[in-house]
Design a protein around this ligand. Sequence first.
Ligand code: C2E
Ligand code: MG
Ligand code: MG
Ligand code: MG
Length: 277
Amino acid sequence: RAKSDGQGSYRFFEAAMDEKMRSCRKLEIDLRRALSLREFSLVYQPQVSLHTSAVSGFEALLRWQCPTRGAVSPLDFIPLAEQTGVITSIGEWVLRTACREAASWPNDHSIAVNVSGVQFAHPNLVKVVMSALAESGLAPQRLELEITESVMLDDQGQSLTVLNNLRSLGVRMALDDFGTGYSSLGYLRRFSFDKIKIDQSFVRGTAHDPAGQAIVRAISSLGQSLGMKTVAEGVETREQFDRVVADGCTDVQGYLISRPLPAGQIASFLDDGIPQL
Ligand code: C2E
Ligand code: MG
Ligand code: MG
Ligand code: MG
């Protein structure tokens, strides 16, 4: 009996794996199609400088409106896009589109683009960035690339070369979701970043979470000593805002300031001015 149960659950496991593989394969096909059918778009979320109380830049965030699935979150399709390599062409589209759209904004705010580990390891990245800048006419100083700690893990020598090549174009680098990865603080010495983005989990936990607040404070002070900006991500309430200001963050991003906006709303958002903080 035990044996047949075992086989039964094995068959069930096999069937579940088959089903999972089929749905992944289908998602991959849909993703490849999405690019040519123009189902992707970018929305832009403002960042505010606490020093000037003005918008300092925007982060480009990818949106997929699939005709059959509806709106799909990047959290749900980026991992598969990375596994299958589709991320390379999607990422290239994101870079070119973000540079082109930002070049037409009324002010010269910076534009941050998320770059996945797979893209970062791809030998073409520097060329793609150069060509996105050239064809859009965007000043390299306005472009900021966000990478996560895990991106640097694979091949540190190679990562350092790519990072330095990008920086020598004049492009700025931000370390995204800081505190959630596996890197050591030594990375901050080895790789030079312009900005640290403090992960939302530390920012939002802070109300009854002295540990989270201590971490935000420590990262801010580290950033200050190293000459890097520190952005608090995911600030949703006035209370969280006051706290990250007190903790020494230099910039804030989150729903309290604004949700990510379609390109067409940027000009009027900048006209209206940010909510009184
Ligand atoms: P991320 O780069 O850390 O982006 C911040 C995420 O937090 C965004 O989610 C943003 O909409 C959300 N967010 C901002 N403020 C708040 C807030 O106050 N409260 C809450 N609850 N959420 C807030 P989104 O757009 O769903 O993107 C999720 C992740 O997907 C991004 O995290 C990034 O890792 C990835 N991603 C998005 N666009 C791209 C892209 O073009 N390329 C790559 N490689 N990854 C992307
Ligand atoms: Mg980001
Ligand atoms: Mg982040
Ligand atoms: Mg993230």
